[in-house]
Design a protein around this ligand. Sequence first.
Ligand SMILES: Cc1cc2nc3c(=O)[nH]c(=O)nc-3n(C[C@H](O)[C@H](O)[C@H](O)COP(=O)(O)OP(=O)(O)OC[C@H]3O[C@@H](n4cnc5c(N)ncnc54)[C@H](O)[C@@H]3O)c2cc1C
Length: 184
Amino acid sequence: MSEKPDPREFRRVMGLFATGVTVVTAAVGERTHAMTANAVMSVSLDPLLVCVSVGKGARMNQFLEEAGGFALNILAEGQEDLSRYFAGMWQQPAPPDYRFVPWVGGPRLEGTLASVGCTVAQMVEAGDHRLFLGRVLALHRSEGPLRPLVFFAGGYHRLREAVPAARDPLEIWPPEEARIFYEG
Ligand SMILES: Cc1cc2nc3c(=O)[nH]c(=O)nc-3n(C[C@H](O)[C@H](O)[C@H](O)COP(=O)(O)OP(=O)(O)OC[C@H]3O[C@@H](n4cnc5c(N)ncnc54)[C@H](O)[C@@H]3O)c2cc1C
């Protein structure tokens, strides 16, 4: 029988899957909580669903359960400080500049690339994490050239070129391919 894969090697290998970086926000009354997350995915078009995987030890769990909603704020290039800060990895005496504005699902973090506001549709236990499926209620997109913050192999990176504007998904997947993709 083959040996069980080493969890550290698992992290190294999965770290080769380049992702964006989000800050998940949830609010219970006047209290806002925010957490950096890259284990995020788009799940379904009908209904519109997204998913974020939250470690069971994270304080965010309690907020998501109590708030019943959240916002995913997709970070832009140059927002490494926000990523570090909301991951509890901030070493400076003063926090970086940020501003939350009340929004749908959870507070919107101003100046990010885009935001997705959701209500919690389902929570699934998954090992040492919990998957929170969010039903999408609102979308927000920043104006101008799009430059995302990229996380890859344990570090922050940037795309070489800015994407001038968001393309329609059908431009990415031509209609023929989209039909094959969606209708099998
Ligand atoms: C690139 C990256 C990706 C990650 N992806 C994931 C992931 O997908 N899933 C996962 O579970 N973990 C992920 N983490 C780890 C996660 O961000 C940290 O473990 C986090 O500290 C756990 O969140 P918590 O709810 O316990 O927050 P805490 O550790 O309590 O808070 C995080 C930090 O944010 C500050 N903060 C929170 N809310 C506010 C507020 N309203 N105003 C001001 N400051 C505030 C806190 O003071 C603290 O410094 C990731 C970390 C990084 C760097």
